[in-house]
Design a protein around this ligand. Sequence first.
Ligand SMILES: Nc1nc2c(ncn2[C@@H]2O[C@H](COP(=O)(O)OP(=O)(O)O)[C@@H](O)[C@H]2O)c(=O)[nH]1
Ligand SMILES: [Ca+2]
Length: 509
Amino acid sequence: MEQPRGTKQKKSCQKNVFIILGFLFILAIITIITVAIIQNKPLEKNVKYGIVLDAGSSHTNLYIYEWPAEKENDTGVVKQVDMCKVDGPGISSYYKEPEKAGLSLKKCMDEAKGVVPENRQRETPLYLGATAGMRLLSMVNPGLSDQVLSSVENNLELYPFDYQGARIITGQEEGAYGWITINYLLGKFVQDESWLSFFPGLKGSETFGALDLGGASTQITFVPENDIESPDNSLHFRLYGRSYNVYTHSFLCYGKDQALQQLFASNIKPTDTILQDPCFNVGYTRNVNVTGLYKNHCTAAYRKSLNVTNVQVIGTGNHDQCLQNVLEIFNRSQCTYSRCSFNGVFQPHLQGDFGAFSAFFFVMDFLKLADIKNPKSLEDAKETVRKFCSRPWQEVKVEFPKTKEKYLSEYCFSGTYILSLLEVGYGFNSTSWDSIRFVGKISGSDAGWTLGYMLNLTNMIPAELPPSRPLSHEGYVALMVVSSLVLVAVLLIIWLSCCKEKCLEKGII
Ligand SMILES: Nc1nc2c(ncn2[C@@H]2O[C@H](COP(=O)(O)OP(=O)(O)O)[C@@H](O)[C@H]2O)c(=O)[nH]1
Ligand SMILES: [Ca+2]
C-alpha cells in the first residue's frame, strides 16, 4: 500500500538528518582521536643532567639531578634521580694521604657514568663542594687542604663529564643554597603575586626557613620580618620576579660531631683516664685518644695540658646533666645587637615555618620525633630524649641491632644537643616549635645545599618570571576539543530547528 506523499518525505527528511548526524558524530570522534594520538605521541625525552658531590665533614654524597631541557627555567622541574653514598670518611680525613681523597670517589663516579646517558655526559656539569670539615682543615693547615682538593680535582677530571671545579663553599653559601633547595622543592618561588592583590587576605606562598645540622657546622637561614642588623648575615636574592632579604648564619664547630668534641675537650681532666659522661647511655664505654684533641680549631679554646693519651668515656645516661654540659658551649653573655642567638651572633626574631634537615632529620627520625603527620610538641621531644638517655646501653643495642654503633651510641647526646640548639641557641619555644618540619627528602629529592648550588651555577633560577602562556598546553588542547564539540552541537541544533521549520512548512512533520 503506497504511503501518503507527506509520510514519504517525512521519512526521507529524517533519514537525511540521521545521515548528517552520523557523519558529524564520526567526524568529531575521528578529530578527537587524531588530536589525542598526535598530541600524546611520546616525545624523545630531551632531558639534561647535573652532578653535585657534597663533601661533608663526615662523608661525601653524590647527587644526580635531571630536568626537561625545554623547561629548565621553570620552577620545580629539576628532580633528583640518583644519590650515591661514598664509602669511607669525609675528604678532610685524608689529610695524611691526600691522594686517597680523589680515589675514594671512584665507586660513585662510576655509578654516575651508568646513570647519565653516554650522549649526555659531555654536557653534564659536575661540581664538588666541600663544607665544614675542609673549612676546619684549611684553617689548621691550608697546604694539606689544597693537596686534598687537588687529589679530588685530578680524579674528577678523568671522567667524561663537564667538570666545573672542586671548592670549599662558605658557611653562608651552605645556608643560602639549603634555603633555595627546600623552597624550590616546596614550590615557594613560583607564586605570581599579581593576581593575589585581588585577594588581600591571601598571602603569597611564604618561604620556609632552612635549618641544616652537619657534623662540623650548622646553618640557620630564613626571611625575617624585621631588619637584618649585621651585613655578614644578610643576603639579597631576586628569584622569579620576587626579591628576598634573607638572614643566614653558619656556626662553625656547632655541627653535632664538633659539638661533642667541644664537650670532651671541656670536661676531660688533665690526669683522669676515666670520664663519666651523662650524654651516653648507662653501660656504654668509648675509648677516646686525646693526643690530637686540642689541635682542632673547635677545641683549641679548651686547651689544657694532659698527662694522659687515652681516656675511657663511661655513660651515666642522665639527660638533665647532659643538658647542663651542652648548654656550656653556648655563650649567651655577650650581644652587641638588639638580639642574638649565641656567641654574640645577631639573629632576628624567628619567622614562619622551617624545614630542618640532614642530621636534624637523621636524629629526630630515629627518635620518632620527625613524623609530620603526627607532630610532637617540644615537651614531648624533651621527654622522649630523657627516656632514651636513661635506657641501658645493652637494651638499646639489642633493640637496634642494625643501627651503626657510631650513630646509635650518640643519639642521647645528639637528641639533647638538637633540643638545646633549637630552644636555647635559636630561641624556638613551645609555640614556635610547631613551625619546624624535620625533613629528609622533599618530593623525592634530598633536602640539602647541593640542589640550590647547582641551580645557581647553571643559572636555572631566573631573576624574573619567564614569560608564560595563559594556558598550559594540555589546557589549550582541552579547550579546543570542548569548543569544537560545542560548536558542532550548536550547528546541529540550528540545522535541526531550521530543518524542522522547513519540514513543518511542507507539512512533512
Ligand atoms: N644518625 C645518622 N647520622 C648520620 C647519617 N648520615 C650522616 N649522619 C651524620 O650527619 C652529619 C652529617 O654531617 P656532614 O654533612 O658530613 O658534615 P658538615 O660538613 O658539617 O655538613 C654527621 O654528624 C654524620 O655523622 C645517618 O644515616 N644517620
Ligand atoms: Ca652537610
